[in-house]
Design a protein around this ligand. Sequence first.
Ligand code: FRU
Length: 425
Amino acid sequence: MSEHERRDDDRSAWTRGHAAGLRRDDANVAPIIYPPEAKVDDELHIWDTWWLRNRDGTPAEVGGYRVVVALTASSELLPGKRHDVATLRYFYSEDGKHWETGGRVFEDGGALGSRQWAGSALYDDGDLYFYYTAAGDRDESELSYTQHLAVAEGGSLTADDDGVHVEGPWDHSSLLRPDGEWYEREDQSRGMIYTFRDPWFFEDPESGETYLLFEANSPVPEGSDACGGDAHQQEFNGSVGIARSPTGDPTDFELRPPLLDAVCVNQELERPHLVVRDGTYYLFISSHHHTFAPGIEGYDALYGFAADDLRGDYEPLNGHGMVLTNPQNAPFQAYSWLAYDHGDELLVTSFFNYFDYDRPSMDDVALLPEDEQMRRFGGTFAPTVRILLDGTETRIRGELEHGHLPLARESLPADWWEGDAERDP
Ligand code: FRU
């Protein structure tokens, strides 16, 4: 049997049965977010954010600074336009509370794609690898939605009393494109825009092997009997993809079958990442209310799954998968969650999205007057949420301030709730 024929044998599924159990409750609803006293940077919209990490996944510290990379755009733009011009910028902090804008990661025009979407950043003994999604083609005259996974290497990061300096020149290369068998290509897509993005570097602590996780879709050909033959449900076919480096070289990856998919359930399993604790692999993704298949009531939320090994049988946490969502009266207040380990807690960072907006759907944000769209967009780091993890059960236990990102060696406040968080599920 070829590898492609075996593909269904070793992937986990998030099923409609699991998703039928999705609901808000005390354990998974975050407190209302209020605007912070100051944004990280008034001149920027900031959204998807990720740590500069060491090979073992821990946040890197360079010269006393921790560093994050984020998607950014000018805050003069309508928030809905930001995806069309997304640019990677880095930010650094000495205490994990106050962040300085470092600047653009790449020199103007150097990166692949017409704009850059989410990724990850590796600090490997002083060598830098910035993984990103190349969205569109560099010189396209009209915006396209083609996506491939790219990496930039060769630049440097230095730290001194003035802060952190990331400098090129960068050598950009394309790492992976969908193969059409395990991973859907653009021309196979039957519904919403296909996905092949958000590369996430991961070194497996058990095997020492080097991987990239990414967001993708499983091809479902027309006439397939998936979803009982329901053609509309078949259009929702999100997956968590994975590629392995045969040598450990962080720029050389080969596609492997997806870890998990959500055919008939959800189109977008975004920004997949793993936290490994006591031999259990916790896989997290973000997804939207509007990307669930017809007949499923889902939420803009962080979802999680657990397995005994990297290619194990991933079971949705809490039975249905939902770990952290927004309150009913602010259903789009945060998005693009990223979980990381902190002692016996999980810390989850995200960005402050549309607040003071309680419609059931985000589709009509664009219908609001422009000044209302601007007023309601956070565009900065959200409060960090503290989560207790007990086997396959999770519970929100508290919150830190906007953009407070402690390292493992820094103890957390004894009070669960930092600031004036109100619980209102
Ligand atoms: C999630 C996301 C990512 C993508 C980015 C584009 O917030 O959809 O998958 O990289 O936004 O802005």
